[in-house]
Design a protein around this ligand. Sequence first.
Ligand SMILES: NC(=O)c1ccc[n+]([C@@H]2O[C@H](COP(=O)([O-])OP(=O)(O)OC[C@H]3O[C@@H](n4cnc5c(N)ncnc54)[C@H](OP(=O)(O)O)[C@@H]3O)[C@@H](O)[C@H]2O)c1
Length: 386
Amino acid sequence: MQRIVILGSTGSIGRQALDVVMKRPADFSIAGLVAFSNREELLRQAEATRPDFVCLVDESAAKQLRDDLGSTASATPTLLTGEEGLLAAAAWEDADTVLNAVVGGAGLAGTLAALKAGKKLALANKESLVAAGKLVKRTLEESSGSLIPVDSEHNALWQCLIGEKDSEVARLLLTASGGPFWGRRPSDLADVTPAEALAHPRWEMGQRISIDSATLLNKGLEVIEAHELFGVDYDRIDVVVHPQSIVHSLVEFVDGSLKAQLGPTDMRLPILYALAWPRRIGPVLPAFDITTVGDLTFESLEPGWAPCFDLALEAGKAGRSYPAVLNAADEVAVAAFLSGMIRFQDIGNIINHALSEHEPIDIDSVDDFTQVDAGARASARQAKVS
Ligand SMILES: NC(=O)c1ccc[n+]([C@@H]2O[C@H](COP(=O)([O-])OP(=O)(O)OC[C@H]3O[C@@H](n4cnc5c(N)ncnc54)[C@H](OP(=O)(O)O)[C@@H]3O)[C@@H](O)[C@H]2O)c1
């Protein structure tokens, strides 16, 4: 029986993780749940799972939750609040595994705290590795913890690499669905609305990653994540567009052989894999019938089709603090697009502005990250848009 803490339990990954946990009561139980401000959902989740603690990072929402908890008749979980609460949650003594499903650069603190406490970290928050990859890896090396990727592509690569030698890996091939606008010309996308950009053809996800999938910035973040996670150079990581999202990624070996991981388009599968690792248990999903899948197609992603992807690759290759700037500027730009303040194509212009203004540093500490993150957000807010 593994005791699990979920950081970001009220989000898309968090809710799917709770579904996995509740389907396997003999294998998993919930030690604690953390969200930012969604107290109604957190309260519902706490009633269903009876955790040791709940945590809201937003202090005013936490104050209201305190009143809600006081009025419930059932055993009351400990209430943690604020950033301090999140750090305590990630290091909770009576927990084995932390699933980090917080969105954005805000997830870094939980990643580092869980690893320092020697936990098994199931990492959905790719931004931790993108913005502070060296720091996360150093923390992992110095800890007794472990890190298993939840992102479906990286989870697939992880599975394909088991039992293989690094020296025999030729290339990593990340698959990309292409998002809602695949097949259209970039010049036709100037006036797309947030609703159109949020309508992903294959995956139901949180708002930020959905917009990032439409701009393909998300695939750029994933290339950086793969570089940091597997230590493979950028010139040996490629992206292929595979609109069916059945092949979750592939590894090519020096003999020319390709190994792929396939499965349904459902994040509960990589979540289950990461939570159960190093075992395999289940299933938690209906059987996947490969005969119903139909054609599987693979196309190349031409440079210039997705400017945000190209910017992400440049930032990844430039290294140092550039990927942290990429992430922070994108968070600002996506929020502005969702609130109707900027057009779709301005997302790339804002990121470009923040990257070109930036003076790089090495990110060796949380303070370094905080400084770069704040500077990039300020720069992104000042960018001129069309
Ligand atoms: N969704 C997917 O299918 C998918 C697939 C692969 C990877 N990922 C990655 O998984 C992560 C989560 O994505 P998502 O789609 O689940 O996001 P989401 O639906 O937006 O959920 C985000 C979660 O993070 C919490 N949160 C936000 N800001 C926080 C803060 N400052 N401190 C603590 N908690 C905070 C939110 O709490 P409130 O609800 O209270 O705001 C919510 O629980 C992202 O890094 C994403 O790239 C997602």
